[in-house]
Ligand binder design. Structure first.
Ligand code: KIV
Ligand code: ZN
Length: 521
């Protein structure tokens, strides 16, 4: 009987730390529901103490799925208490507490003399904090995970001591992070093997792995950890995460499945939900999946060279080690059009993993009909783009009423925009460096703002001249990034919608934070 590997998904925590991947609460809940469909074992939903929005997201997810929900907490009582408060409505939950253990983390993050003057003294303080944090978390739940942050660069003798102390205090999972993606696979494997040999109480906890992808080795390192005794993997959909990302869930679970005879491990993942989950995460985060990405990239199952095409026509196994169907990529495309009714649309959205209220469905149906009028065939990716555009987005503050642009090779671009802001119409015009810039400037003028635009991306959702254009805009406001998306068959309209969507997210976050702060005891 093969051994089970626990899949701990951290898309909504570490994944959301990807630059520009700001998700709002309803989007996080929707992704959590899809992760439940994918059948992951644990969903790390966020870091509750870090912001009121994070707290609310963890709380809402805890009440929405029947998978174990985890929340992150530094090794301090206030964080652990906040994690518990956010999680307590869940059927089953885990508190995940962590502290830096490498000398560089200890020396720099704990500079204050109250942690000790020398590295030796500081190491002793950190060890005590780790033990106390686990003991504190244990008063709230039996399911406690401890991570010695930057374990990949931690002195192995000290790592052994910290892990032993955490297990002694009650940790049931010890997660070994390669926080900076520094280690090589064989080297990381040895760390796990040493912990198994040298930590006397190691049998009382599950060893977990959490690898970052700075050198492109996150998946290889995670597999090396499994080979040496880890039985939980922390990973994210599409490999998103801090800097270069985390180990990619789909690559790990498919490596274990496709090479089952090599590994003799299994997961409980529902593989046919992989593509839906990947596409939903990409649509909501605005992080586009590279076409050649393993398992979920657009080209993952395309065969270009004549020799390959010939081989695949004779027998797919010549160049395919897994089938597209096995990860949920349908081979027959279901296409909707103007005559598809509300029921047909509802059924298709459900198959794509979306859970909508009647009101939300009404809203998508309206958008769908408008699109179907412009475009004969509406594909799954069009529907996903519509879902990523408006349904779960805040639209409460700034709404587009109408716009008009004039541009060309011989005249400067000019835009006139009418916005609805709190029931009032505001109209402004501006010149710009092209029609999109002119629209953005007119919006800035109408709202008397001067926004810092971090990025602007435009792409076509499907092929063809009448394809939907999707625009993703990232702005920076008060130290935070906000992403806005807009789709339309007209890319100027898509751009305007994306910019307003980012502004609405920023405004909603600021108001949400204020409301929470005011109601806090
Ligand atoms: O990368 C890391 O070390 C982390 C920990 C909080 C587990 O994300
Ligand atoms: Zn991490």
């Amino acid at each position: 009987m093969s051994e089970k590997i626990v899949i701990f998904d951290t898309t909504l925590r570490d994944g959301e730390q990807s630059p520009g991947a700001s998700l709002n609460v309803p989007e996080k809940v929707e992704i959590a529901r899809q992760l439940a469909q994918l059948n992951v074992d644990v969903i790390e939903a966020g870091f509750p103490i870090s912001s009121p929005i994070q707290f609310e997201a963890v709380e809402r997810i805890a009440g929405s799925v029947d998978v174990t929900v985890a929340a992150l907490a530094r090794a301090v009582e206030a964080d652990i208490k906040a994690a518990y408060d956010a999680l307590k409505g869940a059927d089953s939950f885990r508190i995940h507490t962590f502290i830096g253990t490498s000398d560089i983390h200890i020396g720099e993050k704990f500079r204050d003399a109250r942690y000790g003057k020398t590295i030796k003294e500081k190491r002793a303080s950190i060890l005590k904090m780790a033990r106390d944090a686990v003991a504190c978390a244990k008063t709230f739940t039996g399911d406690v995970e401890f991570s010695p942050e930057d374990a990949g660069r931690t002195d192995i003798g000290y790592l052994v001591e910290v892990v032993e102390a955490a297990i002694d205090a009650g940790a049931t999972t010890v997660n070994i992070p390669d926080t900076t993606g520094y280690t090589m696979p064989a080297e990381f494997g040895v760390i796990i093997a040493e912990l198994r040999q040298r930590v006397p109480n190691i049998e009382r906890a599950v060893i977990s792995t959490h690898c970052h992808n700075d050198l492109g080795l996150a998946v290889a390192n995670s597999l090396a950890a499994l080979q040496n005794g880890a039985r939980q993997v922390e990973c994210t959909i599409n490999g998103i995460g801090e800097r270069a990302g985390n180990a990619s869930l789909e690559e790990i679970v498919m490596a274990l499945k496709v090479r089952a005879e090599y590994w003799d491990f299994h997961t409980d993942i529902c593989f046919e939900e992989i593509i839906n989950t990947s596409k939903m995460v990409s649509a909501f985060t605005g992080l586009i999946v590279q076409p050649n990405k393993a398992v979920v990239g657009d080209n993952a199952f395309s065969h270009e060279a004549g020799i390959h095409q010939d081989g695949v026509l004779k027998d797919k196994r010549t160049y395919e080690i897994m089938t597209p169907e096995s990860v949920g990529l349908p081979q027959t495309r279901i296409i909707l059009g103007r005559h598809s009714g509300r029921h047909g649309l509802a059924a298709r959205l459900k198959d794509l993993g979306y859970h909508l209220t009647e009101e939300e469905l009404g809203q998508v149906y309206h958008m769908f009909l408008e699109l179907a009028d412009k475009k004969k065939e509406v594909f799954d990716d069009d529907l996903r783009a519509l879902m990523g555009d408006e349904i779960f987005r805040h639209q409460d503050y700034y709404e587009l009423d109408s716009f008009h642009v004039s541009a060309g090779t011989t005249t400067p671009a000019t835009a006139t925009i009418t916005l609805k802001v709190e029931e009032q119409d505001i109209r402004e015009s501006a010149h710009g460096d092209g029609p999109v810039d002119a629209c953005f400037k007119a919006i800035d003028r109408a709202l008397s703002i001067d926004t810092n635009m971090e990025s602007y991306q435009v792409r076509s959702v499907t092929a063809g001249r009448e394809a939907l254009g999707e625009v993703i805009v990232r702005i920076r406001e008060q130290g935070h990034s906000f992403t806005g998306r807009g789709v339309s068959t007209d890319i100027i309209e898509a751009s305007v919608k994306a910019y307003l969507s980012a502004l609405n997210e920023a405004r909603a976050t600021a108001s949400g934070a204020e409301a929470k702060m005011k109601s806090a005891p």
